[in-house]
Design a protein around this ligand. Structure first.
Ligand SMILES: Nc1ncnc2c1ncn2[C@@H]1O[C@H](COP(=O)(O)OP(=O)(O)OP(=O)(O)O)[C@@H](O)[C@H]1O
Ligand SMILES: [Mg+2]
Length: 280
């Protein structure tokens, strides 16, 4: 018999305080409906993996959670209260911080300026040069703590390698870690050392119990190492919600492949209806 609760995760995951919940999040871009009602929940200190094909809407969902995009409908409930974010800054004020897949660093600015972009208000005082000195010093300390190597905090980001840029983006997202951290493909373009650094960071943050995370990664091995629970996003909805030890790389791969096979079959059937059979 099949499980009557296809989306319910194991009972022990249902215990514990839910920090963030979404209900019925929808989003379309013109004629393209990307999200058709996404329901997720994230508990205190939990690491949730989000899996789905290219174009499934994972980044769109994360951008909605961090205030970069507005949903067309649906609810975001943070600590039991409905919230609406009109900007990334507003989401950040509520303790939601994101590392985007497309980085959003400003190449023409220096490393330290990127780290403190939109956070300048953290530094009071009217003396600009004092503020800059303090930002440079804090940037050096933070990068050193994170073991991130860059030539100088005064180097322009456009002079850095892809992996170094990614490391700066991660450092920025973790400069003031709030209660929710969203990591959209944090390991893409990372070397082995930098990947290990981020994996350690996620483990440390989750062990502290103060930060809950959503991680997107196409590499299931990474996800299984990082996450407590995994959600699959397909056709604009969550189609699987399981704690990691109750699923496997094989199950996730099979789910993705079956979606692909269905798409091929549907396309063939539609094509057959439209293209007249050629008689020989
Ligand atoms: N700003 C936008 N304007 C129009 N269409 C968009 C926009 N952003 C995303 N889309 C479309 O929405 C769909 C979902 O994109 P999204 O980036 O969320 O996918 P994803 O699951 O993150 O994919 P990937 O694994 O490749 O990163 C895609 O079809 C994409 O073309
Ligand atoms: Mg994406």
């Amino acid at each position: 018999m099949t499980d009557p609760r296809p989306l319910a995760a194991a009972d022990d995951v249902e215990q514990g305080k839910v920090v963030l919940r979404t209900e019925g999040i929808t989003k379309r871009f013109g004629a393209v409906v990307v999200l058709r009602g996404v329901d997720i929940h994230l508990k205190q200190g939990e690491v949730l993996g989000l899996v789905g094909d290219n174009g499934a809407g994972k980044s769109t969902f994360v951008k909605i959670l961090c205030g970069f995009l507005r949903p067309d409908s649906g609810r975001i409930i943070l600590d039991g209260k409905d919230v609406e974010f009109h900007s990334v800054r507003e989401a950040r004020r509520h303790g939601i911080e994101a590392l985007y897949q497309d980085l959003a660093l400003v190449p023409q600015l220096t490393v330290y300026q990127n780290l403190f972009l939109n956070r300048e208000q953290t530094f009071g005082g009217r003396l600009g040069f004092v503020r800059r000195r303090k930002m440079r010093e804090l940037a050096r300390q933070h990068l050193h703590q994170m073991n991130v190597n860059v030539p100088s905090v005064e180097a322009e980001v456009e002079q850095l390698s892809g992996g170094q840029r990614q490391a700066i983006a991660v450092a920025r997202a973790t400069l003031e870690v709030g209660k929710v951290l969203l990591l959209d493909e944090p390991l893409a373009a990372m070397g082995a050392k930098e990947s290990a650094l981020i994996i350690d960071l996620v483990h440390e943050l989750s062990a502290s119990g103060d930060t809950s995370m959503i991680v997107i990664d196409h590499n299931y091995a990474h996800l299984f190492e990082l996450c407590d629970r995994v959600n699959v996003l397909q056709d604009g909805k969550v189609t699987l919600d399981k704690i990691v030890r109750d699923t496997s790389i094989e199950e996730l791969t099979e789910l993705m492949l079956s979606e692909y096979r269905l798409q091929v079959l549907t396309a063939r059937t539609q094509l057959k209806g439209r293209v007249p059979e050629v008689s020989t």
